[in-house]
Design a protein around this ligand. Structure first.
Ligand code: FDA
Length: 296
C-alpha cells in the first residue's frame, strides 16, 4: 500500500518489497480472510486471539463508520467460523478525535454484538491526548455492555489512579508498557521507571478479583513476576502478546498451560503500527535497511 500524501519514508517503506516483507513479520495480511486464516492456525496451536483492524486518527465520519462496519463483519466471521477471538479497537479509528458521540455509539454497537456472540471488546489506549476520553468511554460503555476491556499503559503517571477507578467496573484490563512518544510531565520516559511501574501495577491488577488481568508484555522478567503472582491468584488471567514478537515465548507459555492471546493486526493501514514496532526494537529497522541496501 503506497499512501497518497504520505512522507518519503512512509512511501519508501510501504511501496518497497523489503518494507512489505518487514510488515509481514508483524501484520497478518491486508484482508480479514488472511487474518482469519492466521487466527485459525493459532487456535489449533492452543492460542486465543484478538483481531485488530489497522487504522487510527480518522478525520471523517464516513471512515469512522466504515471501520465500525468492518469490525461488525469481523465479529460475524468470528461467530460463523467458531474462532476463539475477541476484537481490539482504537477509539480514534471510530471517530473519538472528531465526535465523541460517534465513537461511543460505535463502541456500544460493537460491545452489544460481541456480547451476542459470547465474546468481548478491548479498547486500545492511544497517545495521551486521548487517555481521559478513552477511560471515560470505557466507563460509560462498560456500564451498558459489561463485556469490555481497556488497555492501560505503565508509562503513564496516571495509571495507578486509573487502575483504582476501573478495576471495580469488571471486564478486563490489559496492562502494557505504552507505545507512543510521551513527555516527562505525563509519562515516565526512562525504561527502568516504566518497568518498575509495570511491576507495581501488575501486583495491583493480579490481586484484583473484579477484573480479568491481561498481562501484555514480552518482557521475560515481568512474565516471571506474573507467573509468581498467578500462583496466588484464584481468578482467571491471561497473557497477551503481539503477532510476530517472541513466538517461541508465546508457545512455551501455552505449553505451560497458560491462556495466551495473540494480538493479530490486519488491514492495509499498517504503517503507523509498524513504526511503533520498529521504535521498540531498532534491530527491526536494521533488517529493513539491510534488505533495502542489498537490493539497490
Ligand atoms: P520491552 O519493549 O521491554 O521488550 C521486551 C522484549 O520483548 C525485548 O527485549 C524484545 O526481546 C521483545 N520485543 C519487544 N518489542 C519487540 C518488537 N517490536 N520486535 C521484536 N521484539 C520485541 N501499547 C499501547 O500504547 N496501547 C495499546 O493499546 C497496546 N496494546 C498492546 C497489546 C498487546 C497484546 C501487547 C503485547 C502490546 C500492546 N501495546 C500497546 C504495546 C506495548 O505498549 C509495548 O510498546 C510493547 O509491547 C513492547 O513492550 P514490552 O512490554 O514487550 O517490553
Amino acid at each position: 500500500m503506497a499512501v497518497v500524501g504520505a512522507g518519503p519514508i512512509e512511501k519508501l517503506v510501504t511501496s518497497s518489497r523489503p518494507g512489505r516483507a518487514l510488515a509481514a513479520k508483524f501484520v497478518a495480511g491486508d484482508t480479514l480472510d488472511s487474518a482469519v486464516e492466521t487466527a485459525s492456525s493459532l487456535n489449533q496451536e492452543g492460542f486465543v486471539v484478538s483481531f485488530d483492524l489497522l487504522g487510527e486518527a480518522v478525520t471523517d465520519v464516513d471512515s469512522a463508520n466504515a471501520a465500525a462496519d468492518e469490525y461488525l463483519e469481523c465479529l460475524d466471521k468470528i461467530a460463523a467460523d467458531g474462532i476463539e477471538a475477541n476484537i481490539s479497537i482504537k477509539p480514534t479509528q471510530l471517530g473519538l478525535a472528531i465526535d465523541r458521540d460517534l465513537a461511543k455509539e460505535a463502541v456500544l454497537r460493537l460491545g452489544r454484538r460481541a456480547g451476542e456472540i459470547g465474546t468481548s471488546v478491548t479498547i486500545d489506549m492511544e497517545d495521551s491526548r486521548y487517555t481521559e476520553g478513552t477511560v471515560s468511554l470505557f466507563e460509560e460503555c462498560q456500564a451498558v455492555c459489561g463485556n469490555l476491556g481497556i488497555a492501560l499503559q505503565s508509562y503513564m503517571r496516571r495509571t495507578p489512579a486509573d487502575l483504582g477507578r476501573l478495576i471495580p467496573l469488571g471486564g478486563h484490563i490489559r496492562l502494557c508498557k505504552g507505545a507512543y512518544v510521551e513527555t516527562h510531565d505525563v509519562a515516565f520516559t526512562a525504561k527502568s521507571d516504566v518497568d518498575r511501574a509495570y511491576a507495581d501495577e501488575l501486583r495491583t491488577l493480579m490481586a484484583a478479583a473484579t477484573t480479568k488481568p491481561a498481562v501484555a508484555t514480552h518482557d521475560g522478567a515481568l512474565i516471571d513476576l506474573a507467573r509468581e503472582l498467578a500462583g496466588r491468584r484464584e481468578h482467571p488471567f491471561e497473557f497477551q502478546m503481539l503477532y510476530g514478537v517472541r513466538p517461541d515465548l508465546q508457545k512455551s507459555l501455552v505449553e505451560e498451560g497458560f491462556e495466551v492471546r495473540v494480538y493479530i493486526p490486519f488491514g492495509s493501514h499498517w504503517y503507523p503500527y509498524l513504526t511503533r514496532r520498529l521504535a521498540e526494537r531498532p534491530a527491526n529497522a536494521w533488517f529493513f535497511a539491510r534488505a533495502l541496501v542489498s537490493r539497490s
